[in-house]
Write a protein that binds this ligand. Structure first.
Ligand code: APR
Ligand code: ZN
Length: 255
């Protein structure tokens, strides 16, 4: 659990900061019912094979992988999920005019649902709320594709070109959107505090914004239930449940 002086030090860093960049990971959405990947109940923790199958090459080459992916999309916990106190704490940080950018590795759209301005959210690993054609690039609302799956199409092809459809998330083997990565890196270079929340900080290139911010002079605060790959460069570490700690971290003085 977090020591009181750890929380006190982190609160002082937030209070003194004026240009905060936040990087969130799956850990901020577990209290909304969406499992993370590498935590004790994580998707990869429970089924290491699933991580291998989450690569683009398998998805493109094996229709059975695609059929399984469409069934998983239909049943995703993300459709029933609601934002939690962690998401709402970041809306509060934005309301106080401190939040320069909210980079999220999550694809669930909960930050926007909680009220974070879409203009400051960078969905660096894409979104499950849209579907994209791997051949012609056409994008459409995911709900439309799910209706086709419910109606019996197990692996619906693109209506424009017959190509393979996939959720508009960035899988292993797919490149990030250049402009999004550059935007995240620019934000990291010009912030005075980077808050890394609910992430093992183990997936590149986006994990690289933490040392990038640090080397540019920013302070680093990590909020996570377990150790992360970047604990050694953090100025403060809050070890515990995000839904409890984040509201305390961003609370105005005397609140
Ligand atoms: N409170 C605090 N920490 C939590 C909570 C919680 N309620 N729930 C989970 N965590 C922590 C876990 O202990 C874990 O260390 O959040 C972290 C989540 O780490 P990962 O599962 O590795 O998720 P993330 O870092 O977002 O993964 C990055 O990997 O699989 C790819 O593309 C996927 O975006 C994902 C990327
Ligand atoms: Zn197409």
């Amino acid at each position: 659990m977090t020591s009181a002086d750890g929380l006190f030090a982190a609160q002082a860093l937030v209070r003194d900061a004026s240009r905060v960049v936040v990087l969130t990971g799956a850990g901020i959405s577990t209290e909304s019912g969406i499992p993370d990947f590498r935590g004790p109940e994580g998707v990869w923790t429970k089924n290491p094979d699933a991580e291998k199958m989450a690569t683009l090459s398998h998805y493109v080459s094996d229709p059975e992988v695609r059929r399984r992916a469409w069934r998983a999309r239909l049943e995703s916990a993300a459709w029933q999920a609601s934002p939690n106190a962690g998401h709402r704490a970041l809306v509060e940080l934005e309301r106080r005019g401190k939040l320069a950018a909210l980079i999220t590795q999550n694809v669930d759209g909960l930050h926007q649902r909680a009220g974070s301005s879409p203009g400051i959210v960078v969905e660096i690993h894409g979104t499950i709320h849209e579907v994209a054609c791997l051949d012609c690039g056409e994008r459409a609302p995911m709900e439309r594709a799910l209706e086709r799956v419910r109606a019996g199409e197990e692996d619906p092809p693109c209506r424009s070109c017959g190509g393979i459809l996939k959720s508009a998330t960035i899988s292993f083997g797919q490149n990030l959107v250049d402009e999004d990565l550059r935007r995240a890196q620019r934000a990291a270079l010009s912030c005075d505090l980077l808050l890394a929340i609910g992430s093992t900080l183990s997936v590149y290139p986006i994990a690289g914004v933490v040392p990038l911010a640090r080397d540019a002079g920013a302070r680093i605060v990590i909020v996570n239930a377990e150790p992360t790959a970047m604990d050694d460069i953090a100025d403060a570490i809050l070890r515990g449940p995000i839904g409890e700690l984040l509201p305390l971290l961003v609370a105005e003085e005397g609140e």
